[in-house]
Design a protein around this ligand. Structure first.
Ligand code: NCC
Length: 276
């Protein structure tokens, strides 16, 4: 596969990855039952036009980074899964505008998900690994984790908090581009929450800064900044095609290598600033 220039790659991502949330008009969500649960406002209306945005990976290398203030200076901050703030403000900041969670977290850890205050801040978005290029209908019958009942339960408890379901089509549209631009065959598993979140923020923001997704000089084999768990696979991937995702993001970086080395920081343009 021939690697595209960063400019061409940005255009491919902009034009081929359709980032949308499940809507009441999407079959099989077009029922009065689902209409009670899905948010009335669409995501764009809820967040408005965002300028500078930060994406905070959950990597262990955020520990002792002192990036908190810099992260909080952004107009919007995206976090993942159970990544906490309390006790880690100095390194990861305290602002959460959007939290992107996987369906496993919502299903397997349902009781914690329904109870923990961590999830009550900002906008929630859940995603689930769908079969390759499946129609929404087919995915709905065969989700990777059947999170739909947990989603409804959460919506019942927190009806005012915006909580969206990511349209699963985008994961494979993105995966196709990853595969086309990689020299090797990639296992057909969807991209990580991190990569999905980066693309999401590129659709919502003028500019995106990603922290410790490409590891800085602080890289270790510690999986998360919030846990004493060692596993190198967290950074390079096992199930998710993390290494390929990270090569792509490195290729698109508009910041300096120095920024990566010292802050694990990557600068990406918002799609609205991409000219094709
Ligand atoms: O670990 P996880 O990811 O929640 O991390 C969020 C995103 O941060 C980036 N990351 C994380 C650690 C690290 N050392 N380097 C990184 O670059 C990745 O981009 C990652 O996506 C997920 O993607 O949803 C994942 O979720 C966990 C787990 O389900 C949740 O944390 C909930 O407990 C998965 N771990 C397991 O299933 C054991 C992980 O594989 C992927």
């Amino acid at each position: 596969a021939a690697k595209l220039s960063p400019e061409k790659l940005l255009c491919q991502l902009r034009d081929r990855v359709n980032v949308t949330m499940i809507q009441g008009s999407d079959d099989p969500f077009d029922t009065s039952e689902w209409h009670q649960y899905l948010p009335r406002k669409n995501l764009n209306e809820t967040v408005g036009h965002l300028g500078h945005c930060a994406v905070v990976s959950s990597a262990g290398s955020l520990k002792s980074s002192h990036l908190g203030q810099e992260i909080d200076s952004h107009d919007a901050v995206l976090r993942f899964n159970r990544a906490p703030i309390k006790g880690f403000e100095e390194d990861v900041g305290e602002k959460t505008t959007i939290r992107l969670v996987n369906s496993q977290l919502v299903t397997v850890r349902e009781q914690q998900f329904l109870r923990e205050a961590l999830y009550n801040t900002g906008i929630l978005i859940v995603w689930d690994p769908a079969p390759y290029h499946a129609e929404i209908n087919e995915w709905y019958r065969k989700p990777d984790y059947n999170f739909f009942e947990s989603y409804k339960a959460y919506r019942g408890i927190h009806p005012e908090q915006p909580f969206y379901i990511l349209n699963p089509k985008m994961q494979w549209q993105l995966w196709d581009i990853l595969q086309e631009n990689s020299p090797e065959y990639i296992q057909p598993n969807p991209p990580s929450s991190g990569m999905l979140g980066i693309i999401l923020m590129m659709t919502l923001c003028n500019e995106v800064h990603v922290y410790e997704y490409l590891p800085s000089k602080r890289q270790t084999d510690i999986c998360h900044y919030y846990q004493k768990f060692h596993d190198r696979a967290c950074t390079v991937g096992a199930y998710h095609p993390l290494l390929f995702e990270k090569n792509l993001v490195k290729h698109l970086n508009q910041g300096t290598d120095e920024d990566i080395f010292t802050s694990g920081k990557v600068t990406l343009p918002g799609f609205r600033n991409v000219r094709c």
